[in-house]
Every structure is written in C-alpha cells, then in structure tokens.
Design a protein around this ligand. Structure first.
Ligand SMILES: Cc1cc2nc3c(=O)[nH]c(=O)nc-3n(C[C@H](O)[C@H](O)[C@H](O)COP(=O)(O)OP(=O)(O)OC[C@H]3O[C@@H](n4cnc5c(N)ncnc54)[C@H](O)[C@@H]3O)c2cc1C
Length: 395
C-alpha cells in the first residue's frame, strides 16, 4: 500500500521503517525544513527500547547516550536535599535504559530509512478527503496525491488529527504546566551524569551536563493560562517572569536563557480520544495519545505504537480496517494506564502548595534508600504490554 505519514519525529520514521520492511511504500511529509535536532533529553527504556533493538539501533543509542548516576534535589543554596541513585532505573529495566537527546533518537531512527523512503521536508498536509478507494491529499506546497492510507504521526499539535477528527481543543487535556528547555554552552557548575533539580512551589528548574561542554536546562512551572506566548521572545519573557525571584542558580540560568538562540516551549498536555482511526486515517504517537513528559516515556510509546500499527497491517494481510481495530485494542489499555500514572505524577514535578513540596521532599529523602526507590520507581518502569512477534511473518 502507498501510505502517507505526516511527521518525521519518533513515531513517523519508526512506522516508515516497519512498513518498508513489510513491503509497503511509505512517504513521509515533515513540515520542518530538516530533521529537528536538540530539544531536550529523554529517558528511553522498556518495550520501546526493545523495538530499537529489533531495528539494530541500541549499540548506537548507548554510544551517544548518557548513563545517569544520580538524580539530585537541591535547596536554594545548592545543597543536596534529597534524590536517589539512578541505579534503580537500570536495575528495574535490566539495563535496558539510556538517556539521550530526543533529536538524537529521532536522527538515529531516521538513519534506518534515509534514502530508502520518500521524505518531503518543508511541507504539510493541507486537506484530506477519504473515499472508498483511497485518500486524496492536498499539500501546502506539493501537488495533490492519492494514498491508500494516511497516518498522523505529527505530535501533540497534530494536523492530521485536526483535519480528520476535529479541533485540538476537543482532545487536548491541558495539565496546567508549561515546559521549556534549552542548551547552553560553557555553563558552570557542571555535575557530570547527575540530574540536578531545584523545586519551589509551582516551579522547577533542572540542569544536566551534556558532552561538548553543553548543559541542558529544563523549566516546568504551573500556569493556569493555557495560552502560548506568541513567539520566542515572549516565551523567554514568560519564563523570566516566573523564575526571576527564584533562588539557587535561577539568576545565571535566566541570563543564559536570554542569550539562547533556540528554545523548546510547550504546554504539558495529554491527548485523549475515544478512537485513533477512521476508515483510512489513523494516528500514532503523541498525535493519538500524548501522555506528556510526566510519563517520561512518550518516545518509547510512540515507537511501540508505530511497531504495532505496522505489524497489524502486515498481519491482517493489508485489511487496514481490521488492522486499525487490532492496533487500538492492543494499545489502548496500555496507554490509558500510562496516561493515568503520568497525571498522578504531576504534583511531584512542581508541587502546587508548601505542603505538597514538603511531602515531596520527604519522599525524595526516602528514595535514598534503595529498597524504597525500587518500590516507588521500579514499578512505574514496567511496561505491561506483550509485543507481538510480527518479525516471524516478515518478508
Ligand atoms: C520536556 C520533555 C521531556 C520528555 N521526556 C521524555 C522522556 O524522558 N522519555 C520519553 O520517552 N519521552 C519523553 N518526552 C516525550 C517525547 O518527546 C514525545 O512523546 C515523543 O517525541 C513523541 O513522538 P512523536 O513522533 O509522536 O511526536 P514528535 O516527536 O513530536 O514528532 C512529531 C513530528 O511531526 C512534525 N510535525 C508537526 N506538525 C506537522 C505538520 N503539520 N505536518 C508535518 N509534520 C508535522 C514535527 O515537526 C515533528 O517532527 C518528553 C517530552 C518533553 C516535552
């Protein structure tokens, strides 16, 4: 089948890889003019990690990734106030765990299909019309074309979702936080392989030392207003207003933000839909079910969805209606569980009251005890999904 995939992030290229492997003809359309790099650092583990393994990617991901040793909470003076050894991550996942830039994961996945799959950068779907024979697609720039199926893998603000299922507002559950990330060269101090976090009521700022003398800075803060600042300057101003009176390293971090030439900024939201497909259009990854950064696993979930969607199409012998239904039946309970866990975790990021902050700090101290860390964190790292072995049927 000729299958158009909107979005060359994590889900899109993973889907293209498996579709190609099963003998289909995928085409990627990505609205950015090239592959998005940098951004923020993600933790990558579990069933998504296993899929990366099936794609032959894990040695490379482990080479370019980081093995975090400690998650450290600090007070306003920079003194350690809680945290835990990151060994709990590798032990709970049987060493299937690595942290890396989201953009590096995206390029590694893209590398598996580069030159083998048609990819149109700098373009976007403008309209979709489903007919019994196929989907007629018009683009912002390219000439209209017909495909057998269209898959939206275009993230939290999915265009395909909007065109095929309805406006963003209908499906987006804003969790009340804004998130921003940027990289700064030459920042001091550095704490190698330590994720350092400073939290006050309603706001958190963290730093992680990267290779090449770069440091990743991540802000998360409560914001009742779901509106997004209009442009990067307004985004910087919104963050500065929120953190200007913050202790710890807020001063130098805001100075670095002021000079930064790129910034990731978004709402922390989940996407909740009753269904992820129509007759010939389906969604995968954040476009379908964004669990938010609070799940700490969105990239892996995006890869799992792509793998299952391609596999079910293959297994159903191209009966796309049956395949879409089975894809959803297999994924939905797993995703709902992840979304629920993520919502429950929200208060731990930036507690909304002094009491919440106090409790979180007490818990964080207890996490220093390995047994408690395993109980509290290890459980959340389990993926309750049995990945079907579509490989057995592969061409
Ligand atoms: C701060 C932060 C921290 C996170 N931490 C983690 C973590 O620790 N672990 C983890 O696994 N996940 C984490 N995530 C989540 C993870 O990044 C996402 O879940 C994941 O990137 C989803 O992949 P995706 O392919 O569905 O969407 P995306 O990666 O968002 O890719 C979507 C692609 O579609 C493109 N696109 C958008 N609109 C259009 C359009 N109209 N036409 C064509 N293309 C379009 C975009 O440019 C992009 O390339 C984090 C997220 C954030 C924000």
């Amino acid at each position: 089948m000729k299958i158009l995939i909107s979005g060359a992030g994590i889900a899109g290229p993973t889907l293209a890889y498996w579709l190609l492997r099963y003998g289909h003809e995928p085409t990627l359309v990505e609205h950015a003019s090239n592959l998005r790099t940098g951004g923020y650092v993600i933790d990558f583990w579990g069933a998504g990690y296993d899929i990366a393994g099936k794609m032959g990617l894990t040695p490379h991901l482990r080479d370019i990734g980081y093995f975090v040793e400690e998650v450290r909470f600090v007070d306003g003076e920079g003194r350690r106030s809680g945290g835990f050894s990151a060994e709990v991550f590798s032990e709970a996942t049987r060493d299937r765990y690595v942290s890396l830039r989201r953009g590096d994961l995206a390029s590694a996945i893209y590398g598996t299909i580069d030159g083998k799959v048609e990819a149109v950068f700098g373009d976007s779907i403008a309209a979709i019309e489903e007919t019994p024979e196929g989907v007629d697609v018009s683009f912002a720039r390219s000439a209209p074309r017909r495909f057998d199926l269209v898959i939206g893998a275009d993230g939290l603000h999915s265009r395909v979702r909007e065109l095929a299922f309805g406006p963003q507002d209908r499906f987006e559950d804003y969790l009340g936080y804004k998130v921003a990330a940027f990289e700064v060269p030459g920042y001091r101090p550095r704490d190698e392989l330590v994720y350092v976090m400073y939290t006050e009521v309603g706001r958190q700022v963290a730093r992680f030392a990267m290779r090449g003398d770069n440091t990743l800075i991540l802000f998360v803060y409560i914001d009742e207003d779901r509106q997004m600042p209009a442009d990067v300057d307004d985004q910087k101003a919104a963050i500065a207003a929120r953190f200007a009176d913050g202790a710890w390293e807020c001063g130098p971090i805001l100075a670095a933000l002021d000079a930064a030439d790129s910034l990731y900024f978004d709402r922390v939201s989940q996407i909740r839909m009753d269904g992820w497909h129509s007759d010939r259009v389906a969604l995968a990854g954040d476009a379908a079910f964004c669990a938010s950064l609070l799940a700490g696993e969105g990239s892996a979930l995006a890869m799992i969805a792509a793998y299952v969607l391609a596999g079910e199409l293959h297994r159903a012998d191209d009966d796309h209606v049956a395949a879409f239904s089975r894809y959803e039946a297999l994924m939905r309970p797993f995703i709902l569980e992840k979304q629920k866990a993520a919502r429950g975790f929200a208060g731990a990021f930036a507690p909304s009251s002094e009491l919440g902050l106090f409790l979180r700090n007490q818990i964080s101290k207890m996490l220093g005890i390995p047994f408690i860390a395993h109980l509290a964190i290890g459980r959340g790292l389990r993926d309750n999904i049995a990945l079907p072995d579509y490989e057995a049927d592969a061409a």
